[in-house]
Structures are given as C-alpha cells and as structure tokens.
Design a protein around this ligand. Structure first.
Ligand code: ATP
Ligand code: SF4
Ligand code: MG
Length: 455
C-alpha cells in the first residue's frame, strides 16, 4: 500500500456526546460520551485500522468523519478543508470524496431496487453523467468488484452476503471517492467469504489509489489490511501506531491484552504455547466513564495516578503514540507511583493456550477468529465456490447487530436513549439516503436455487 506523508484527513479533539433525555419535557439528564476527544490523521493512500471492544465508539467515529452525524466538539479537516460543521450544501461535494461501506450487506441494500438502480444512485443524487452513460459505468463497476455486468437487472435477494457486500462496495466507489470508511465490512459475512472481500478491498486500493479507514473488532482482519492501527477504549484512542510495532511491541496494557488474543498466522508456530490475557471486568458505561485513565478499573498495572490523572496520548517511540502512565515496552511515565490499586491484582487472568501438553487451557472466542492470511491461500484455490456454497446453504452469517445498546460487553444506553436515538440523532444528510436502508430485510431462507453463482 502506497503511503505519503500528507494527511488526507485530520481530526483534532473530536467529541460526540449523545444526550440522554427524560420526562415529558425531555430534559437532558446526561450524555453517552461515545467519542470523547480523539486526535488522529489519515495519510493519503494508507489504511488506518480502528479496533476496540463493542461500544467503544468506533462506528460513531466513522460516522463523524464521514459527516453523517454532527460532532459535539473538535475539528475534522478533509483535504485541507474544515468540514466539521458543513451544512447540507457544503456536504454535497464531500459526499463524492468520502464514502462509507456499511457492516450489514442485507440491511444496506433496498430490496425493491435492482442492482443497477442501487449502484447508479450516487450518479443520480450528485447529478453526474459518467462517460459512456450510467448503465455502462455501473456494469464496469460491477465487473471491478468481481460481479457480472448481467447482474444489473437482478435484485438484492438473489445474491449471497459476500456478493451483496460487493454491490455495496461498487456503490461506494461509483463517484471515485478519495476516502472510504468501512465499518465492519466483513463481520456480517461467513468466515469463508471474509478473506475474499478483504482481498477485494486491498486490490481496489492498489488499483484506484484509495485511502481507507477500516473499523473492525476482528484483529486478524485489521492486521491484514492496515498500515497503521488506532486502538479505542471508551471513546478515546489509547494507542496509535504502525501495524508491526503495535503487534510486536504494544505499549498500552489494553492493546497488549487485545493482541494476546490474536491467533498466530504462521501455522508452524501455531502449535507453540502462548499466553493470553483475559480482562475480567466489564467495560464501564460511557455515560459516566471512570476518572483518570478510563482503563484503570480493568488494568493490572493501575496505580493511584491512573485513577486521578488522565494520561495524554504521547509519542513514546517514533510513530507510536500511547496514553498510559505505566506503558509496556517503554519508559515508565510515573515511576514514583508504584503502589498498585487493590483492584489491579484481580484484573486479569492469564491463560496458556496451544501446545500439545495436557493441561493447556483452550480459550473459546478469539481462537475462532478467521485468519485472512491463511484464508487468502484458500481463496486462491477456490475463489467462488465458498460464496456459492453459502448462497445455497442460505445460512452462514454470524451477523453482529449494528444496534449499539446493550452490547454484551458494553452497557449501552437506556431505553430512553434508544428512543431518542431513533427520533433525533440519526443522520439525515444525502449520504444517509444514498445508503438506501431497507424497510424489511430480505429473508435469508429464500430458495437457494434462485441465487446465481458468483462470477
Ligand atoms: N445515536 C445514538 N444515541 C445514543 N447513544 C448512541 C448512539 N449511537 C451510539 N451510541 C452509544 O455510543 C456508544 C458507542 O457506540 P458505537 O456504535 O460507536 O460503538 P462501536 O465501537 O461501533 O461498537 P460495536 O463494535 O458494537 O459496533 C455506545 O455506548 C452506544 O450505545
Ligand atoms: S494509565 Fe494506568 S490504568 Fe491506564 S493503562 Fe496505563 S497503567 Fe493501566
Ligand atoms: Mg460499530
């Protein structure tokens, strides 16, 4: 992936607080601090991966930088221009340059529209007439993403999850955007399809010179595609570094715990024993995040200063920024503060996984994460069979809900907040309509014979 130093996107002190309202008068009684002061930039041609547990603010960050929602505070600059508070008129040209790929390939395509209508929507909305006409351009885009031009007149229900995500990608690329923000682009797909879509995104980046922000909770996907990675925790970026530094020598204890759960890509080393850090505590509520370092309630290194002073995001190694008083693999930032908080002793459980010896603990969950590198090899061997198999099975999607409340790890907003969310805070800009959300999702159990084989 090519990379230059010029930032295409620059974010400073970005904040999004969703108000919590109560009572007849809908008085504000608090706020969900979904994104709470983050700084980062995205360089032209690079891929920035964003990871973190459910509810830490990844999607909110994605929707802020694409300006689908209005920031509460801070600044977003795109291509040298301040876009933080652009109105509808100002946002129109931005919609050409910045596009979003959504997680749910089922809900994001209108079931009543043909693929031709869906992929040509950006041209209609922006009043753009491509050379050779819209139909020809749409068919070219379908081919670009590995579909057939003949799919132009088909409907979304005739396609498998992987194919639908390709349609979503074709639509996002229609206006030749500079920046593509992909929010969990493969997590709703069957594991066997994920590598194909990840590789497609990779190929398109090389071919079209795209810049990506890829949001994913799956660290294997992020590792595969990213040049740099931002780790988020409860509305903050706690570490930002290039991929290799982050995987080899993470500095933030939270990153270290996350990384310890990533499967080892090298099959020869998979048999070796490794240690995993399991965080025991729940993610605190973003309505009233812990004082000081937000991770102090779950951190095994937490001391008094962690409870009282918020650590700034500092560049402790070239290109590696971390917000921690007692970082790993770097000089202690508060060496005078040595007494651990009482909760720290009980914060984690370290388990040994792998190895053939009896007694090794096998940990469910992360171990089942897909390994794109291994799957990439598989993909080369059978590029479309998996997709077709999934289509005929009519199953295979371990769809993660996009609903943000009541995530298992994150105490989401209350019923009132959820109601308030659907009432007011959702985007109303042109891009929101471009995403053509479906009113009724097509059934997954449709007759498989009607679904065409991909490619
Ligand atoms: N429109 C909204 N109104 C109120 N609260 C919201 C709204 N959108 C998100 N939130 C809350 O903000 C927090 C961050 O949500 P967000 O969707 O950004 O998290 P996420 O990191 O993308 O999680 P996941 O991995 O589950 O997708 C959550 O507590 C969520 O409940
Ligand atoms: S600042 Fe303290 S609590 Fe926070 S991650 Fe670092 S050591 Fe842990
Ligand atoms: Mg999300």
């Amino acid at each position: 992936m090519s990379e230059t130093e010029k930032p295409l996107l620059k974010v400073e002190g970005l904040v999004k607080h969703f108000p919590i309202k109560k009572g007849l008068l809908q008085r504000q009684v608090g706020a969900v601090k979904a994104v709470d002061g983050i700084d980062f930039d995205v360089r032209t041609g690079e891929t920035l991966g964003v990871v973190g547990e459910s509810g830490c603010g990844k999607s909110t960050m994605g929707r802020l930088i694409t300006r689908l929602i209005e920031p509460t505070g801070g600044k977003v600059e795109f291509d040298g221009k301040d876009i933080t508070h652009l109105g509808t008129g100002g946002l129109r040209p931005l919609r050409r340059d910045v596009q979003m790929i959504f997680q749910d390939p089922y809900g994001s395509l209108n079931p009543r529209h043909t693929i031709g209508t869906i992929v040509s929507a950006p041209f209609r909305l922006q009043g753009v007439e491509p050379e050779g006409g819209v139909k020809k351009e749409v068919q070219r885009l379908l081919e670009l993403v590995g579909l057939s031009p003949e799919h132009y007149n088909r409907y979304p229900h005739e396609f498998s999850g992987g194919q639908r995500q390709r349609i979503g990608i074709a639509r996002a690329l229609a206006l030749k955007p500079k920046l593509v923000v992909a929010d969990e682009p493969v997590s709703a797909l069957d594991v066997s399809i994920q590598a194909q879509v990840v590789n497609l995104l990779d190929d398109l980046q090389a071919e079209l010179g795209l810049t990506y922000v890829i949001i994913a909770h799956d660290l294997s996907v992020v590792r595969h595609v990213s040049d740099r990675i931002a780790v988020m925790y409860l509305g903050k970026i706690v570490e930002l570094a290039d991929r290799d530094s982050l995987y080899k020598a993470p500095m933030h204890p939270y990153t270290k715990a996350l990384m310890s759960a990533v499967p080892i890509p090298d099959p020869r080393r998979r048999a070796a024993k490794s240690e995993r850090i399991l965080l025991k505590g729940d993610v605190p509520s973003p309505i009233s995040p812990p004082s000081g370092c937000r991770f102090h309630t779950r951190c095994w290194k937490a001391t008094e200063i962690c409870k009282t002073q918020e650590p700034p995001l500092l560049e402790l190694k070239p290109g590696q920024r971390v917000a921690c008083h007692h970082p790993e693999n770097a000089e202690d930032q508060a060496p005078q503060d040595t007494v651990l908080l009482s909760a720290a002793a009980d914060a984690i459980e370290v388990v040994t996984v792998g190895g053939a010896e009896p007694g090794a603990v096998s940990v469910p969950g992360p171990a089942s994460e897909p390994d794109p590198e291994a799957e990439a090899a598989e993909r080369t061997a059978k590029p479309s069979a998996d997709d077709a198999a999934m289509a005929s099975a009519g199953t295979g999607t371990e769809t993660e809900t996009e609903t943000v409340s009541a995530g298992e790890a994150s105490p989401g907003p209350s019923a009132e907040q959820s109601a308030e969310r659907s009432a007011g805070e959702e985007p109303s800009g042109p891009e929101a309509s471009e995403s053509e959300p479906s009113e009724s999702e097509p059934s997954e159990s449709e007759p498989s014979a009607e679904k065409p084989a991909k490619e």
